[in-house]
Write a protein that binds this ligand. Sequence first.
Ligand SMILES: NC(=O)c1ccc[n+]([C@@H]2O[C@H](COP(=O)([O-])OP(=O)(O)OC[C@H]3O[C@@H](n4cnc5c(N)ncnc54)[C@H](O)[C@@H]3O)[C@@H](O)[C@H]2O)c1
Length: 381
Amino acid sequence: MKTVLITGGAGFIGSNLARSLNAKGYEVIAVDTLSEQIHGPYPQTSSLVHSLEGVARLVKGSVTDKAIMTDLLKSADVVVHFAAETGTGQSMYNVHHYSEVNIGGTTLLLDILASVPHTVKRIVVASSRSIYGEGRYRDSSGAFVYPSQRREADCEAGRFNPIDPRTGEDYELCPTDENSKIHPSSVYGITKQVQEQMVMTVAPLLGIEPVALRYQNVYGPGQSLSNPYTGILSIFANLIMQGREINVFEDGLESRDFVFIDDVVAATVLAIEHQNAAGDVFNVGSGCATTVLEVVDHLSRHIGAGAAFRVSGEFRLGDIRHNFADLSHISDRLGYQPQVPFAEGITRFAAWVAEEGPARDNYDQSLVELRNRGLMKGVSS
Ligand SMILES: NC(=O)c1ccc[n+]([C@@H]2O[C@H](COP(=O)([O-])OP(=O)(O)OC[C@H]3O[C@@H](n4cnc5c(N)ncnc54)[C@H](O)[C@@H]3O)[C@@H](O)[C@H]2O)c1
């Protein structure tokens, strides 16, 4: 029986993956700090942690702890490296900590694998669509372009789409493929880029097959409802359940590629098992762009009819406008096809949220933190 070590294994994707691998007959070890931001103040009682019972051996500890990681790596055949701090906005003012956990954890992992006898054959590292920054567009001549960060003055003027400086016109949005320019616009994105490049570069020298998965926005039952720094679906769902108004940033037409957790787990299992995955980098998404206003519409219909929202024109520095995945590569090489359309996934998510009820509310605090640091701009509430 193969043993898979999942770092960050008590998290949203990790715990779902652990259940899937356990059902397929793998032995699963999860190492996780059980961070309060994700699991709440009493992590041992969190539903994610409970969901690992009988599924995985859970070790409470950090990927930055050399003794723990050295011990765990000795018995693994496959490592799935998920442990990370994941808040894009938060990363802009917790630079050292994000770097220490995300980059430091990865470098330590590789150092241990380089110096201690082990049986690890493959490492799957969680990268992110955030490494692409704004993603891929086309200009009026039909050429692909990769716009850099939007100008604050344009956003202040309500022009949120990336603009061609030569013509003053909006670029045309295209799906982002794996050969697109890597130019993250957040510290979080930079750490994901470094994690990916570090694993892809060092692992082959150690005789280990690396695979990097660039996840788009993952959602579904089990995602943290209490973490105010990630996941607009959770944030909006919480506000709706509390009867509070949703502040929709920009003009609400910004979009993301929302991919359902079951599809992400299926793609990750392919990355662990498929021979074609070795040494390669893949987008994992739904391949569809969904606007924030569409998200609000779906959630209001499923959670509370007529949820209140206000399109505020506010914007966060470093946020991108759009990004959705071109899935040709993962489809051709691994046979991955997303199975859960957004309309179905959001129904399943909303049903789960309704059962869970509202989580403790620290969303306002997260906005205050951004405002105090000058990272929230636009028409103020
Ligand atoms: N969820 C998404 O939309 C998404 C998108 C792109 C990439 N990713 C990446 O996928 C991975 C998993 O994401 P997720 O949604 O499951 O996040 P999550 O926050 O639910 O899970 C991360 C887990 O890592 C743990 N953790 C944090 N610091 C740790 C440390 N120092 N040592 C050990 N464990 C630690 C947390 O307690 C948490 O359980 C992350 O690397 C994330 O960057 C996620």
